[in-house]
Design a protein around this ligand. Sequence first.
Ligand SMILES: Cc1cc2nc3c(=O)[nH]c(=O)nc-3n(C[C@H](O)[C@H](O)[C@H](O)COP(=O)(O)O)c2cc1C
Length: 196
Amino acid sequence: MKVLGIMASPIREGNADILLDKALEACKKQGARVEKLFLAKEQLPLCQACFKCSGAGKCVSTPEINKILNKIKRADALIISTPVWWYSCTSYLKILIDHFVAFVNSDFSSRIAGKKLAILTVSAGGEEAGTKETLSLLKRIAEFLQLQCAGELRVINTGEHGVVKENLNALLKAYKIGENLCKKKGKRRNKDVCGD
Ligand SMILES: Cc1cc2nc3c(=O)[nH]c(=O)nc-3n(C[C@H](O)[C@H](O)[C@H](O)COP(=O)(O)O)c2cc1C
């Protein structure tokens, strides 16, 4: 099994990064091949809305994004880890998501249907600070692309750099999500909120 971790924060060893590493650690332990994509380091051209990708199955206007789209195509499972930015995912992730039109056929069926997806979110604020909205947005997109949502985690009150490291409950939940994503048996879905 191949797992692609998509790190959507520009902060290395920050909260989203720490949780993603925990989940990926569990995937590795389950025997999965794991790769982490640090979006802030990648070339992320803006979608030009030409819709040529829908027929071609790849981006035609800004082909440099195809490197990432191909990684997603090749993965069996994805783990997206994003902080909340203005009640949504980060702009890095949104730019990538816009290119997902390349995964949609002209009849609106998905070229990446059936892949598993886990979503991890962190926010500085509490319950009303945007993790619910961010999860809901990403799950709606996953549903459209016929991905199989196999785990979700919201960790709130993570205002300081790397503070999630002290939240053992959140680390454990992230680990469990990775473990369940890669387990052959057991379709238990993890759905959690951590913080205080
Ligand atoms: C541009 C920007 C917008 C943000 N918007 C929100 C927000 O709407 N709600 C919130 O609770 N935190 C917000 N935050 C705070 C981050 O979600 C929070 O600090 C998070 O833990 C950062 O994770 P990281 O260390 O992985 O980057 C924002 C941070 C930035 C940089």
